[in-house]
Design a protein around this ligand. Structure first.
Ligand SMILES: [Mn+2]
Length: 359
């Protein structure tokens, strides 16, 4: 097994793996109850110790859905007399996410500023114990609520695991707890849930379940739609424009594939935004972007063509020198800096692979 730390800094690696854990399409939904009789959120909430704080941890480099989920859980537990704090690792760089935290009012604290004790109660949302993008904070994991495909048997017993992998967002799961406990959803949380759902499903174009539609029904008319329209839909900031300029000049399009190398380096979120932009071009159904980053190259791929699995293509192109993963519609990877590798090699490999295997 390749150990990222052997040659890449943990921060860099974490930002790369953040993209691997986006919501997947259609996997079976099940409320997963392992080694416990807890069958509802109410029962789980009642099992927590009111004498000490509850920490709610998002995945590292949190996105809208992770923060919205944490906020929802915090609100519900506080209604039941528990004191909660939201904690995350990694950084929050993008302006739209900073606005989200400020406007919705999400008291998220960086784990660097906290010291958790072994017996502190921890709930993980929108991520899973042992994931590369969920830093081990050393506390006692009481619950996990997630919508990404996970290997539940790979972890030690946890009191409450609610894993619903066909849901478009983790917010949709949390919203079901509001229904279960008959708790009215406050406007700010309804807005946050919709932001989480819209972004995780790329505005309802992938991985949407009937429960996600129910979430819209539940939240739409109480949410701040002006905020959602302005702040969530407009995710590009003016400082991104030089990257777009570069992309427009250097993007290659052939055989339904777009390719671009960004030698100036590019953070992972922005690379995803650029890749999504490429996909919006009619002649592009698959896109591969590679950027120079400290210690190597990072790769971002998007696919909207059935049968062209982004994760499989990335793995086929970069392994064994690099490693990659993700889902059919969205994947990422890293390649270590090495003298015999040039990003244009990847371009040639991509078009050769597509011609050989997929066209
Ligand atoms: Mn999510």
């Amino acid at each position: 097994m390749l150990q990222g730390r052997d040659y890449l800094s943990p921060g860099f690696l974490n930002s790369l793996v953040a993209i691997f854990f986006h919501p997947s399409y259609h996997v079976l939904y099940d409320l997963y109850l392992k080694d416990s009789g807890m069958s509802s959120f109410t029962e789980f909430a009642d099992s927590l110790d009111r004498g000490s704080e509850v920490y709610i941890q998002t995945h590292d480099f949190p996105d809208h859905d992770a923060l919205a989920s944490a906020l929802g859980v915090k609100y519900l537990l506080e209604q039941r007399g528990l004191a909660c704090r939201i904690v995350y690792s990694g950084t929050i760089i993008r302006g739209d996410l900073k606005d989200f935290i400020r406007i919705i009012g999400i008291p998220a604290e960086n784990s660097d500023s906290l010291t958790l004790r072994k017996d502190d109660q921890l709930i993980i949302v929108d991520g899973f114990l042992g994931n590369r993008n969920v830093r081990d904070l050393g506390a006692s994991v009481k619950g996990i609520i997630d919508h990404h495909p996970q290997d539940v048997d790979s972890i030690p017993p946890v009191g409450f695991i609610d894993l619903r992998t066909d849901y478009g967002s983790c917010s949709t799961i949390i919203a079901s707890y509001f229904q279960e406990t008959d708790t009215p959803i406050p406007k700010s949380i309804a807005t946050a849930f919709l932001a989480g759902l819209y972004i995780d499903t790329s505005f309802l174009t992938r991985g949407v379940s009937s429960q996600d539609i129910e979430l819209i029904n539940l939240c739409y008319f109480i949410s701040d739609r002006e905020y959602l329209n302005i702040h969530v839909r407009n995710k590009i900031q003016s400082s991104d424009l030089p990257y777009f300029r570069y992309l427009l000049k250097h993007l290659t399009i052939a055989d339904l594939c777009g390719f671009c190398y960004l030698p100036q380096g590019c953070e992972q979120n922005l690379m995803g935004i650029l890749a999504d932009f490429c996909l919006s071009i009619q002649e592009v159904r698959f896109v591969l972007m590679i950027s120079r980053n400290n210690g190597g190259y990072s790769i971002s791929a998007r696919s909207e063509k059935a049968g062209w699995d982004a994760a499989e293509i990335v793995k086929a192109l970069i392994e064994p020198e690099g490693f990659g993963g993700g889902h059919a519609h969205m994947a990422g990877g890293v390649i270590k800096d090495r003298p015999d590798f040039h990003p244009n090699d990847l371009k040639n490999r991509l078009y050769a692979y597509i011609r050989e295997h997929l066209v």
